[in-house]
Write a protein that binds this ligand. Structure first.
Ligand SMILES: [Fe+2]
Ligand SMILES: [Fe+2]
Length: 313
């Protein structure tokens, strides 16, 4: 585990190279050059109902439309992470609401991340507009994601503002650690529409840097918490993994209904009866290491409570 002074140095180095690294400073992706109507917008294996008979027996046209919806949902989830989880934490850091991260170099990193994430919102929103127009899906409305609902439900359990803020911080670091893997899947996929791949690739380049930023920020905050706050944070830190890994079946149900898919309810009911999380396909070693690095003893108990100890030990 890095010492706090090493974390400060790392964050300061990352901020120094931000201008060269960040995608917002690069040339915009040229959609006209990369759009290829004949390619699917999304990967079938990422649909939570890819083996369901109602999906398999639908026409190719419907399947393609559902894949376009998959791409839009993927982008909406990204936007939810940026706007409802990560940027609010950057804002809290800039307003000095967390201890341990008030130093000027760290403040600069928080503003860099805020700009990066705001750019990602623009990037994927524009990409979504292009897809919606191209595939006739302009009327689709994004529903709320369980990732955000999970965080809010957990925050509502507590009266104290500091607990609500630590739940938010935990959700942001977990999202920032896993969003990179989430994006990696599509950023190298040569079967999907090249424009979509280019959008994800650009985003993924920034997120590669972010997970290390957030792990260091959390270490700095944690070092300045009281014992009571530390115990609470370690207890809550693994929880967002479950919210992030959620298959978002309610979002899918809403979207399938919105496009008039006749068996939306049946697909939802059947999927709901099975595994509702993608946890099996997520490598959460990084989260386990982070929890254990912050506090080996408390971390072990917390991971055990969340059923993650077998992987930890
Ligand atoms: Fe992002
Ligand atoms: Fe990020």
């Amino acid at each position: 585990m890095r010492s706090i002074s090493q974390c400060h140095k790392l964050l300061s180095r990352i901020s120094d190279v931000w201008e060269k690294r960040s995608q917002v400073k690069k040339k915009e992706i040229d959609a006209a050059l990369l759009l290829d109507d004949s390619r699917p917008d999304f990967r079938i294996d990422l649909l939570p109902f890819k083996d369901h008979p109602a999906f398999l027996e639908s026409s190719q046209e419907t399947k393609d439309k559902i894949l376009s919806c998959g791409w839009l949902i993927y982008n909406w989830k990204t936007i939810a992470v940026e706007l409802k989880v990560v940027n609010p934490v950057c804002e809290d850091i800039i307003y000095h609401r967390y201890p341990g991260v008030t130093e000027s170099a760290i403040q600069e990193v928080a503003t860099d991340v805020l700009v990066d994430e705001s750019y990602h919102v623009q990037l994927v929103t524009k990409a979504g507009i292009i897809t919606s127009r191209q595939r006739g899906l302009q009327s689709l409305k994004p529903p709320e994601f369980n990732l955000v609902l999970g965080m809010r439900k957990e925050q509502d359990l507590y009266e104290e503002d500091w607990k609500k803020m630590l739940v938010k911080l935990a959700t942001s670091v977990v999202s920032e650690v896993f969003v990179s893997d989430y994006l990696k899947l599509l950023s190298s996929d040569k079967t999907i529409q090249p424009f979509n791949r280019a959008v994800v690739q650009a985003h993924h380049r920034d997120e590669d840097a972010h997970s290390c930023i957030f792990k260091s920020l959390v270490q700095c905050v944690y070092s300045e918490l009281t014992q009571e706050q530390k115990a609470f944070f370690i207890e809550v830190l693994p929880k967002p993994l479950y919210w992030f890994a959620d298959k978002e079946l309610e979002v899918w149900k809403s979207v399938l209904e919105q496009i008039g898919f006749p068996k939306a309810e049946e697909i939802y009911r059947d999927c709901r009866a099975g595994e509702t999380s993608n946890l099996d396909s997520i490598d959460y070693t990084q989260l386990i290491e982070l929890v254990q690095d912050l506090d080996a003893k408390r971390g072990e108990d917390s991971l055990a409570n969340m059923g993650l100890l077998s992987v930890a030990s």
